[in-house]
Ligand binder design. Structure first.
Ligand SMILES: *Cc1c(COP(=O)(O)O)cnc(C)c1O
Length: 346
């Protein structure tokens, strides 16, 4: 990877170890339950998040939607934060697949909490009202922030009071764990089901995992088939996933360290406002001082000419840069230098 690609951690190529593991993986027909590598990945995944069982799924979106589909009767309601991935980036799938209503809450850049949940849970006893069938939370959040264990426990307490299950969108749960200095299972203990991605900072080419109780996973396995996610010799993919969990997972804190270095470097550039503070993951956010006449497109083009890829800002002037396996210290420094050069041109 000669390009410095900071657009996301989904751009990560598989490592050499992954490619080797894929080439020699033992496989079978996983719809028959015959693929030993998928079974190993599922068992290992379940142990990492402290759940009874786990299921390999094609993507994070698939895993989240399968969780909704498995937890929620049609016409019921899911309480979640309006800025979460399920609301923002899953193409309205919850209405199509699970057939649920999303009760999206404006948490004002904070997280869903027990009070907000308790104020909204509905029993469904009133003829007019849907029944609340699930609470969905996200950790780490794709905004780069991390919910603490205490914040998660607060939601859990409210959920218990009303006997509503919790699904954790843990696409980056291992980043959250590294940021909090805990094991992933300490985070997942507050949820009934958890989805995590193998294909983001962990570098696997494809795949996510959905974990929960044995009963939940057995049901989800059938629904995965219904959704067209019954894969055959998927051990080829699971082999890369196992390397992701046993190998690249252990270095994920390096990405956070590099993100902090990037923040520090960018923080020395006049006119740039770099966000810092709190438990943060492999994401760096910056914008420009008010009244700045910096043209975002020009910055993106300038960097692209130098082999550095960043996404255009979010429309409100906020840029997000994501560090990952293929972004080392030297690349962080090259990025800071290029952004400094752009701003020095005036
Ligand atoms: C990336 C992501 C997903 C979905 O993953 P895909 O594999 O891209 O479908 C779900 N939730 C969060 C928070 C994510 O960041």
């Amino acid at each position: 990877m000669n390009i410095i690609d900071l657009r996301s951690d989904t751009v990560t190529w598989p490592t050499e170890a992954m490619r080797a593991a894929m080439a020699s993986a033992s496989v079978g027909d996983d719809v028959y339950g015959d693929d030993p590598t998928v079974r190993e990945l599922e068992a290992y995944s379940a142990s990492l998040v402290g759940k009874e069982a786990a299921l390999f799924v094609p993507s994070g979106t698939f895993g989240n939607q399968l969780a909704l589909f498995s937890h929620c009767p049609r016409g019921s309601e899911v309480i979640l934060d309006e800025s979460c991935h399920i609301v923002q980036h899953e193409a309205g799938a919850a209405a199509v697949i699970a057939g649920v209503q999303l009760r999206a809450i404006d948490t004002g850049n904070r997280f869903l909490d027990g009070t907000a949940v308790a104020a909204r849970v509905r029993s469904g006893d009133d003829i007019h009202e849907p029944k609340t069938s699930l609470i969905a939370i996200e950790n780490a959040h794709s905004k780069g922030t991390v919910m603490t264990l205490a914040e998660m426990e607060d939601v859990r307490r409210a959920a218990n009071r009303f006997r509503v299950p919790i699904h954790l969108d843990g696409a980056r749960v291992f980043n959250a764990a590294a940021a909090l200095g805990v094991q992933a299972q300490e985070i997942a203990q507050f949820s009934d089901s958890v989805m995590f991605c193998l294909s983001k900072g962990l570098c696997a080419p494809v795949g996510s995992v959905l974990a929960g109780t044995r009963k939940f996973v057995d049901d989800a396995r059938k629904k995965r088939k219904l959704m067209g996610g019954g894969l055959r010799q998927a051990g080829i993919l699971a082999a890369a996933g196992l390397v992701a969990l046993k190998d690249t997972r252990l270095r994920i804190a390096d990405d956070h360290e590099n993100a902090r270095l990037l923040e520090q470097g960018l923080g020395t550039i006049p006119g740039l406002l770099v966000e810092t503070g709190g438990a943060r993951i492999n994401m760096v956010f910056f914008s420009h001082e008010e009244g700045s006449r910096i043209d975002g497109e020009a910055l993106v083009d300038f960097l692209k000419e130098r082999g550095i890829l960043v996404n255009m800002h979010d429309g409100a002037g906020r840029f997000r840069l994501v560090t990952h396996y293929w972004i080392n210290r030297e690349r962080v420094e090259r990025t800071v230098d290029a952004i400094r050069e752009f701003h020095a041109r005036g």
